[in-house]
Each structure stands twice: as C-alpha cells, then as structure tokens.
Design a protein around this ligand. Structure first.
Ligand SMILES: C[S@@+](CC[C@H](N)C(=O)[O-])C[C@H]1O[C@@H](n2cnc3c(N)ncnc32)[C@H](O)[C@@H]1O
Length: 204
C-alpha cells in the first residue's frame, strides 16, 4: 500500500510527535456548530479522528458522534478524552478504506484524514465518504493546503498530502456533490498547515 502505514501513525501517537494536533477542537467546527449547521441529534462520523478533540466537541453538543481511526493510540486517547469529560461517542479501531457504518449518516467531519492518505487511495476514500453519507447529508471538509516544493517536479509528498482544490473537485464531482460558491474560509489555526473549509451536500 502506498503511503503511511498504521505503524507510522501508531509510533507518532506513542512518541507524542503529533504536530497536527491543536489540543482542542478546530475553531471552524465550533463556528459550524454555532451557526446551527450541526445540530443535536445529528449522526456524524469523524474518520481518522486522532485524539478526538472534534469527536468530544460534537458529543458535547448532543451529536451522535462516531470516531474511526486505525491506530490504537488514537482510539485509546479519544476514549480517555471522552471519559474525562463525561461524554459518550462510538469509537471504532478500523481502516477507513474498508469500514462501513451500520446505516448511512447525516454528516461526516473530514479533518486531516484525506491528507493523511496517499493520493493513490483518494478515489477509494471519496467513494467511502459518498457511501457513508445519506442523500442530502453533508460533508464538512477541511482541505489541507500544504504545497511541497518537490511537487513542482512531480513528486508526491506527504503526509500531509496537499489537497488542491482542483483535485477536490475531481474527487467530489458536481455530479454527486453540491458545492457552495468560493471563496472558502482559509484557516491558519494549525501551525503545521492551512485548511480550506468547505461544506458539500451529497446529491441523491
Ligand atoms: C494527521 S492525523 C489527524 C488526526 C485528527 N483528525 C486531528 O486532526 O487531530 C491522521 C489520522 O488519520 C489516521 N489514519 C490514517 N490513515 C487511516 C486509515 N486508512 N484508516 C483509519 N485511520 C487512518 C491516523 O491514525 C491519524 O490518527
């Protein structure tokens, strides 16, 4: 399999080398919640949830949140975070490329899972996201902007793998997804990279 392995990520969690981790929920998620775009009772998946700050923020807001990550270090940390805050969420230690929820969900929160996957797997992951979300449901996406100099010579460099907007349009085509008109908010709240915040709606 091209790209990082589960051992790569597990080692990161064990050593505490997690530069993507804010230590709190993404402020964009808090904004979407405050704007009423994610309400209590929503069923929502967080693939590649890591230590789970966003899973906890969603659960605290009454969302039926499910975190999925294949690294035990991530799932254990997320479980501890939920417990420390007296919150409940479902957690699965599984590969996002083959895991399936019991039923389609209202929404997915995609933050730094796509950019953690080698682009060879992007088509399969995008197909998973489409299958997980019910028609009319939403994909709350933070597309990581991390252009590597080597990409100018054709090298595929990551993680994080740069989620260029043209590639995103190809992965989530207008045939299947409703795109809002740009410009999209560009967040610099993580010192390691910037993110484009886009909410897509799954067509029927
Ligand atoms: C860059 S970290 C981001 C974690 C979290 N989303 C955050 O922003 O703090 C990428 C996460 O995706 C997980 N991951 C990568 N590939 C995965 C796969 N194929 N299946 C499940 N989890 C995966 C890693 O274990 C890691 O926790």
């Amino acid at each position: 399999m091209a790209g990082p392995t589960v051992e790569f990520w597990q080692t990161r969690f064990e050593s505490g080398n997690v530069p993507w981790d804010r230590g709190s929920a993404n402020p964009q998620l808090e904004q979407w919640i405050a704007a009423g775009m994610i309400g209590p009772g929503t069923t929502m998946l967080v693939p590649g949830c890591g230590r789970g700050w966003e899973v906890a923020a969603l659960a605290a807001h009454g969302v039926h949140a499910t975190g999925v990550d294949y690294a035990s270090g991530a799932i254990d940390a997320c479980a501890r975070l939920l417990q420390s805050q007296g919150l409940a969420a479902e957690l699965f230690q599984a590969d996002v490329l083959d895991w399936q929820p019991a039923a389609p969900v209202d929404a997915v929160y995609e933050q730094t899972c796509l950019c953690a996957l080698h682009p060879d797997h992007w088509r399969a992951y995008a197909d998973q996201l489409r299958a997980w979300i019910r028609p009319g449901g939403r994909l709350f996406a933070l597309f990581v902007q991390a252009i590597a100099e080597e990409s100018g010579q054709g090298f595929v460099k990551g993680p994080p793998y740069h989620c260029d907007i043209h590639a995103m349009r190809a992965l989530f085509p207008a045939r299947d997804w409703e795109w809002p008109a740009p410009p999209y908010p560009r967040l610099a709240s993580n010192p390691a990279f910037q993110e484009l915040a886009v909410v897509l709606t799954r067509k029927g």
